[in-house]
Design a binder for this molecule. Structure first.
Ligand code: ADP
Length: 509
């Protein structure tokens, strides 16, 4: 367990697994009802089991090494638990098992580690299904108990004998009885569950009646006073994305409607040819895709083609994915491009490393095509919302925007350059470009990408908004105001103003 060699092997198994699970998923989608599909399902099922086992082993080994730390963020425990339960719906339906969710809370904010809470519930539900007959009921109940929240997973399955129950949280323990021998398992799940609950400063206990069913009861403390500083997540909007990806169906991942601009351009940076082909397979209908074989080529292509989004591997020759990401994120010409990092290493350090160098999202191998598509769609949507904000107002403090450091300071520089020169009618695009140390076309491209406006339009819009503010302050007359915001011609000013606000300056209130 402790051997580093073993952990490395387990990690190495992730990439080939992606390449087994991904293609088989696509085969199943393509030929859902052929003779072969039964065999595809066997491959898929076993691949998923292997994947799950590898992940649990890695978690357990990290736990032993004391490297698994809590990364808690405020999370709606009701929504999250429901979302997790709902991923079992189709399985339950097939087996005529009734799923129930009981709680009087509509929503309830708790400090949870999203990933770890997900693992806890999935493990318990998985066991509940494994040890239940068809036609029974499985439920989750959530209620308050003093200063704790109680979460219970209840099944009506085979139960656990009294002399065994004391051992089930032990590592590698499996109930040794002829009646349960036919169940596959490794005895890792509950040991991990217990560790993960305790990492949350919670408790878990089990009550079971053979032949009647089993109840796992957990208590999680409310509030955040019990957590130390390093137990808070820095990645708080991560949870939003994960819930989406849990709940979004294949059909929801519709192509982005981008009427004029054609398909969004994606740059895939990946040195493994199979992986490139695999990724291309499920992106090609909705995006136009270009490739780079290593980080260096990726860096150069990104600067040359300014793609809408980049998906990059980490381990690559010449320049790795982290270095490429760091370089692109600090270069003003490319810093606005969202980057998704694909990594085989699921440890927290790497997540953070990825985020500190400014990666917008990361995905662990093995990942599904669906998951990648959802992440890409989310990031492009975030870009669009950012542009939308600027469509209604250009008076936005860059610090309030969800953009990286380089882009914040770029926008800061642009806005303050325009502001300082606002009364100067001769302050044009070229002057602005030189103030922010970019060429005129570079500035154009950058502003278009960030705020969806061309430079002249953006500058004019800023001047006019300033004028509108001055008009409502009613200190100066219209002529003075036009002059103060850099218009030397009054009728031209009125004209532009009317175009932006729909009324003449004299009618503006
Ligand atoms: P496994 O991979 O064997 O399921 P776990 O650690 O998850 O490992 O569980 C350990 C043992 O506890 C299982 O082998 C099973 O005998 C028993 N067990 C766990 N959950 C349930 C349940 N809901 N109903 C009955 N027995 C259970």
């Amino acid at each position: 367990m402790k051997s580093k060699f073993f952990v490395n092997i387990a990690r190495e198994l992730r990439a080939p697994l992606t390449l087994i699970l991904g293609p088989v998923q696509r085969l199943l989608e393509k030929y859902p009802k052929t003779d072969d599909s039964t065999e595809y399902k066997v491959i898929q099922k076993n691949g998923l089991r292997l994947q799950n086992l590898i992940n649990q082993l890695l978690d357990l080994s990290k736990m032993e090494a004391g490297k698994l730390t809590l990364k808690a963020a405020e999370t709606d425990i009701i929504a999250l638990s429901k979302a997790i339960l709902s991923t079992f719906e189709s399985h339950a339906h097939k087996r005529h098992i009734t799923l129930k969710f009981k709680s009087k809370f509509k929503s309830l904010g708790m400090y949870l580690d999203f990933d770890k809470y997900e693992k806890i519930l999935i493990n318990l539900l998985f066991n509940a299904f494994k040890f239940s007959e068809d036609g029974t009921e499985i439920s989750i109940t959530i209620f308050r108990k003093d200063k704790n929240i109680s979460v219970q997973v209840i099944d009506q399955g085979i139960g656990i004998a009294a002399d065994q129950i004391g051992h089930i949280f032990e590592r590698f323990y499996q109930v040794e009885a002829s009646s349960t021998r036919s169940y596959e398992g490794s005895g890792i799940g509950l040991a991990l569950v217990k560790d993960l609950v305790e990492l949350h400063y919670g408790q878990i206990e089990v009550e079971s009646l053979p032949g009647k069913g089993t109840t796992f009861r957990m208590l999680f403390p409310m509030g955040k006073d019990h957590l130390s500083e390093n137990e808070f997540s820095k990645l708080n909007d991560n949870k939003k994305i994960r819930i989406n990806s849990l709940l979004t169906d294949e059909d929801d991942v519709a192509p982005l409607s981008e009427p004029d601009a054609g398909l969004p351009l994606i740059l895939i940076v990946e040195d493994n040819a199979d992986m490139r082909k695999y990724i291309h397979g499920f992106l090609k209908n909705n995006y136009s895709v270009i490739f780079a074989n290593d980080g260096l080529e990726g860096y150069e292509k990104a600067k040359d083609k300014t793609p809408d989004i980049i998906v990059s591997d980490v381990m690559m020759p010449k320049m790795d994915g982290f270095e490429m990401c760091g370089k692109l994120k600090t270069d003003i010409k490319t810093s606005h491009i969202p980057i998704i990092i694909l990594t085989a290493k699921a440890d927290e350090e790497h997540k953070l490393e990825g985020l500190e160098i400014g990666a917008d999202d990361y995905l662990f191998k093995p990942f599904s095509g669906k998951e990648l598509r959802v992440r890409i769609k989310n990031l492009l949507e975030q870009r669009r919302q950012l542009q939308q904000k600027f469509a209604t107002s250009v008076f936005i403090s860059p610090h309030k925007l969800d953009v990286g450091k380089t882009d914040k300071s770029f926008l800061d520089d642009v806005l303050s350059a325009i502001d300082t020169n606002i009364s100067n009618p001769d302050f044009h695009v070229d002057d602005l470009a030189s103030k922010v140390a970019l060429s005129r076309p570079q500035l154009h491209r950058k502003l278009k990408a960030l705020v969806n406006k061309f430079t002249t339009e953006f500058m004019r819009s800023y001047r006019l908004q300033k004028a509108a503010t001055l008009l409502s302050e009613k200190v100066y007359n219209i002529g003075e105001i036009a002059f103060r915001v850099g218009f030397s011609n009054l009728s031209y000013f009125s004209d532009c103003f009317r175009k932006q606000y729909g009324v003449l300056p004299s009618d503006y209130k």
